[in-house]
Design a binder for this molecule. Structure first.
Ligand SMILES: *Cc1c(COP(=O)(O)O)cnc(C)c1O
Length: 347
């Protein structure tokens, strides 16, 4: 039960409300007698807007959440004896309860290290070189997360380098874009520059952490890869019968750059949080702050005291690295409240 005074602002970007634009769109779409199962005009317009935004004739599918988007996209790319190369901190490895393995019916995740949540190509090379004949799984996909689980963003050149590596070994490139908007905001580039232009085949594009109640998109930049994906979604329970209520708020995000403004705000707030933690509270920042996450090193005593003052957020890496996540909804006042508590405790 939620106790009085608990504050979950920094626990995740999904502790935020639905953003006002999405909420209004949901209300406006609340009419009787509309077509079901994605045959509605909101869904059609979301797909068109995505094609405009990415400047590509891509195939677009709406699913309920990011785990389904990732797992089903990977299942679409891989047979059961083929494997997915990904970072050891990737969400598909650490936070999806084996959904990628389950939906691919046996694909293995081949884990790669790398600084700041980004795949180290040399290490990927070495791991792939060990999977060289039919006694091992056949590497078939590289999955990268943008922005990464550690709050950094792959640059255009870094993605191009991974993509070139992938192309040389005939691997598909999948991007988990649960926080893709934050990466675009950080890099200030057109969406195509860090996706299909840089060799990404499939993007799972997050809406939930950007301000929706639910709903993620799976975008295939090569149409021949999406064959019968609609059947795969339906079988997995991911075909929304009232899809318009996922689509209408999505359309609001994609109108007047709400998606980008929400992400820019979250990134700005994270930078402010990091700067003030360093200068006013003498707290160490662990990874470069490029998107909307701030990773800090904090001792147990400060953590316990912050907890007593109501602040809720997670330890991410043992023994003492914590994640502070900033959403579109976090305010300058929230930052000031938090800094004031941390500074008091860490004097
Ligand atoms: C939140 C998140 C997802 C999606 O998670 P769901 O809870 O299934 O919606 C996927 N990838 C990353 C990196 C995430 O942070």
């Amino acid at each position: 039960m939620k106790q009085h005074g608990e504050r979950h602002e920094f626990a995740s970007d999904n502790t935020a409300a639905i953003c006002p634009e999405a909420m209004k769109a949901l209300e406006n779409a609340n009419v009787n007698g509309a077509p079901s199962y994605g045959e509605d005009r909101w869904t059609a317009r979301v797909c068109d807007r995505i094609r405009e935004l990415f400047e590509a004739d891509c195939d677009v599918y709406l699913v309920f959440n990011g785990t389904a988007a990732n797992a089903l996209a990977l299942a679409q790319l891989c047979q059961s004896f083929q494997s997915v190369v990904c970072h050891e901190y990737s969400h598909i490895q650490t936070d999806e309860c084996g959904a990628p393995e389950f939906f691919t019916k046996g694909s293995k995740l081949l884990l790669i290290g790398g600084a700041n949540g980004k795949i180290d190509i040399g290490e990927a090379e070495a791991v792939i070189a060990r999977q060289n004949e039919l006694h091992s799984h056949k590497p078939y996909v590289i999955s990268i997360t943008q922005s990464t689980e550690l709050g950094t963003a792959y640059t255009r050149d870094e993605i191009a380098a991974i993509s070139e590596f992938a192309r040389g070994r005939r691997l598909f490139l999948h991007m988990d874009g649960a926080r893709f908007a934050n990466a675009v905001a950080a890099l200030n580039c057109p969406p195509k520059a860090i996706t299909w232009e840089a060799g990404v085949h499939v993007l799972c594009l997050g809406g939930t952490k950007n301000g929706l109640a639910a709903g993620e998109l799976v975008i295939f930049f090569k149409k021949e890869l999406s064959s019968e994906f609609d059947y795969r979604l339906k079988q997995a329970g991911q075909l929304g019968s009232k899809m318009r209520f996922l689509a209408a708020p999505w359309l609001a995000l994609l109108t007047d750059d709400v998606w980008l403004r929400n992400a820019q705000h979250a990134n700005r707030i994270a930078h402010q949080l990091a700067n003030r933690l360093q200068t006013e509270a003498k707290i160490d920042i662990v990874f470069p702050v490029e998107a909307n996450a701030v990773f800090v090193r904090m001792n147990d005593q400060i953590m316990r005291d912050l907890h007593l003052r109501g602040w809720r957020f997670y330890k991410f890496i043992e023994p003492d690295v914590y994640r502070l996540m900033c959403s579109w909804s976090v305010t300058d006042q929230d930052i000031s409240d938090f800094i004031s508590d941390v500074a008091t405790l860490n004097h």
